[in-house]
Design a protein. Structure first.
Length: 196
């Protein structure tokens, strides 16, 4: 199993994506079974993958780490079928989002409440070792959103998915995706003290 320190990227400024050409070369080598190339991809993308998963599932420290590892296991298994039609980072981060969405669906099917547990991992330091008050407030507010509203917000505003893609991934109508985004933004404004 690969191990590395995973750091979360601040919501308002996601970590910079690694250069595409380097990733493509590493991905081609990893698809041929070269473990060292896959380990390099892991080191390059682990922080961003963890960041999207943590935002989607609500900053459950150990669970977000587990889902990050699960994403990379799935990536290793799926790499031989990767067709290089999109950037490796795009493909990987879509895989991460889908892994997190499967977790959210599993939570919905359990009889427990939809609560997100503790918020103790919110406000982790950014790459410079600082966590701004705005970042803390924004991360905390996003983490308290209902899971479907949070998922739509993160996928649309942070990951850049289209409503059609979100609707398909979450098993909802396009109109529901738009409504959940509107709801999430309204709740964020209210929780951050802005006008609704």
């Amino acid at each position: 199993m690969l191990t590395a320190t995973v750091t979360d990227c601040p919501l308002e400024s996601p970590c910079a994506a690694p250069p595409v050409d380097i990733d493509q070369g590493l991905a081609r080598s990893a698809a041929r079974g070269e473990v060292a190339a896959f380990e390099a991809l892991y080191r390059r993308h682990a922080g961003r993958v963890h960041g999207v998963i943590a935002r989607l599932v609500g900053h459950h420290g150990a669970r977000a780490e587990d889902l990050t590892q699960e994403t990379f296991v799935r990536a290793w298994q799926a790499l031989p079928g990767y067709r290089f039609e999109s950037a490796f980072g795009t493909w990987l981060h879509r895989l991460a989002a889908n892994t997190a969405l499967m977790e959210l669906r599993a939570r919905r099917s359990r009889p427990q409440s939809d609560g997100d547990g503790g918020l103790d991992d919110i406000g982790t330091p950014d790459s410079a070792g600082h966590a701004t008050a705005l970042s803390l407030d924004l991360e905390r507010a996003v983490a308290t959103l209902p899971s479907r509203a949070r998922a739509v917000l993160v996928l649309y505003d942070v990951e850049g998915w289209k409503h059609e893609e979100i609707a398909e991934a979450l098993g909802m109508a396009v109109g529901s995706s738009k409504a959940q985004l509107h709801r999430a933004r309204g709740l964020l404004r209210a929780r951050l003290g802005g006008e609704a």
